[in-house]
Write a protein that binds this ligand. Structure first.
Ligand SMILES: [Zn+2]
Ligand SMILES: [Zn+2]
Length: 79
């Protein structure tokens, strides 16, 4: 089970909820939509998501390195 963390809107600080249909986060107070993104734990660069056979892997273009889910940090970004 994934441990659900509370995510707050970067604009207004209000708690935002994940839409289970779209997998995106919506802030009802500023009407903004956010998506979950991964960043490199070394350089902080946003990682590219590679999906192969249902397995999710991330790639850092800066470090030129393949990252597992464990070695990246997640943040939310306005879409
Ligand atoms: Zn907001
Ligand atoms: Zn990196």
């Amino acid at each position: 089970m994934e441990n659900l963390k509370v995510i707050n809107c970067p604009s207004c600080g209000k708690e935002i909820e994940k839409n289970s249909m779209t997998g995106k986060y919506t802030c009802t107070s500023c009407n903004k939509i956010f998506g979950k993104r991964a960043k490199c734990n070394k350089c902080g660069e946003e990682l590219e998501l590679l999906e192969a056979c249902g397995a999710q892997q991330f790639f850092c273009n800066k470090c030129n390195e393949l990252k597992s889910k464990k070695s990246c940090e997640f943040f939310i970004k306005e879409l």
